[in-house]
Design a protein around this ligand. Structure first.
Ligand code: NDP
Length: 336
């Protein structure tokens, strides 16, 4: 079983040396255990926080242990009647080719149905990123038809779902993304009303002008994935009683300072800003996954994946994700 462990903690940007590829023997299964062949590994920004010693929004990951990560795959050996050989499952299988787990523990594995939904989508729009989008939009922003909703990292796993759900709720959806290709995908393929390339607007003043043009009625709801200059610019165009779902601040994950330029705008605009962590709201997952699954199965929710080939490609793909080199959901295919 090939696996990748955390070899050292990064100071600043992540380097390939922070990871170590190892090979370990697979032991015979104990009663209740199953062995899953991990077909796809999900790479997610929260993993950056877990690599640090100190607590981020995710708990710290111990050194020399397999990097944690969501996976989908197939049960290939089983001593558990609930998970027979051949069933497809989603779980936290980690950065490794095979995952051995005591499936008696509630919730460690979930069966998935791939009749109408591709297996990999359970790591994206019909998985954690999708539920994140659903929760922040429906439970924090609570959009009403006709309102304008802005989302940063708009072409990504979470952002792409946010804008499409906002459109379905009758809103004007405006994305912010890095580069012309991502922006034309966001408006063309995903159906957002507008998308701003923040790289063309390096400072908050310029970005604020672009937002003014894209949001003629101001901003009623904002789904923040990035922070820094983007958040400053959005606050400058926020309407009275607007809401911000604070989902991520990836611009600061390597430890860069991301100060808020004008916090007084929160008062002036009587805004509600709420941070959230999707895994703390398990009560919404069944409803959200049902809705998202229905939308994906019928082709009404579009998504895109970037797939790195082979476990050994995971570190570089992860480093790329933190620099915006992914386009849509970043996955690793673990077997040829
Ligand atoms: P994405 O697929 O959106 O990939 C990350 C994207 O962030 C990159 O593609 C890039 O897009 C953008 N990005 C990276 N660095 C910067 C930067 N310095 N400035 C601006 N944009 C940057 O990832 P996810 O959809 O998985 O996650 C999106 C956000 O949601 C993250 O902040 C993540 O931490 C957060 N999250 C929070 C959860 C919660 O429970 N609170 C759960 C899941 C995710 P571009 O090229 O467009 O800049």
């Amino acid at each position: 079983n090939a696996r990748i462990v955390l070899a050292s903690r990064p100071t600043g940007p992540v380097s390939p040396h922070n990871f170590r590829l190892e090979s370990v023997e697979l032991s015979p299964l104990a009663e209740g255990q199953v062995r899953v062949r991990n077909d796809y590994l999900s790479l997610d920004p929260y993993m950056r926080g877990r690599m640090n010693e100190s607590k981020s929004y995710a708990a710290s990951q111990p050194l020399d242990e397999v990097m944690i990560g969501g996976t989908v795959g197939e049960v290939i050996e089983s001593r558990n009647d609930h998970f027979p050989v051949g069933c497809q499952v989603v779980g936290m299988g980690g950065w490794q080719q095979y995952f051995t787990v005591d499936a008696k523990e509630r919730g460690v594995l979930q069966k998935v149905d791939t009749t109408h939904i591709p297996l990999s989508a359970y790591l994206g729009p019909v998985g954690m990123p999708g539920v994140t989008a659903w929760y922040g939009l429906h439970r924090i922003i609570e959009p009403k038809a006709g309102q304008t909703i802005v989302v940063s990292a708009a072409s990504g796993a979470v952002g792409s779902v946010v804008g499409q759900l906002a459109k379905a709720a009758g809103c004007r959806a405006v994305g912010i993304a890095g580069g012309p290709d991502k922006c034309s995908y966001v408006t063309g393929e995903l159906g957002f009303d507008a998308c701003i390339d923040y790289r063309e607007h390096p400072d908050a003043r310029s970005l604020s002008q672009a937002l003014k043009a894209a949001c003629p009625q101001g901003i009623d709801g904002h789904f923040e994935n990035v922070g820094g200059v983007i958040l400053d610019a959005v606050l400058s165009r926020a309407n009275a009683f607007s809401r911000v779902a604070l989902c991520g601040m990836i611009a600061g994950y390597d430890g860069q300072p991301i100060p808020l330029a004008a916090p007084q705008l929160l008062l002036v605009n009587r805004m509600r800003v709420e941070g959230f962590i999707v895994s703390e709201h398990m009560e919404v997952w069944p409803q959200a996954l049902k809705e998202l699954g229905g939308l994906v199965a019928t082709g009404r929710l579009k998504y895109r994946e970037t797939i790195a080939q082979g476990l050994s490609a995971a570190p570089e793909a992860f480093i790329g994700l933190l620099k915006g080199q992914n386009f849509g959901k970043q996955l690793v295919k673990l077997h040829p």
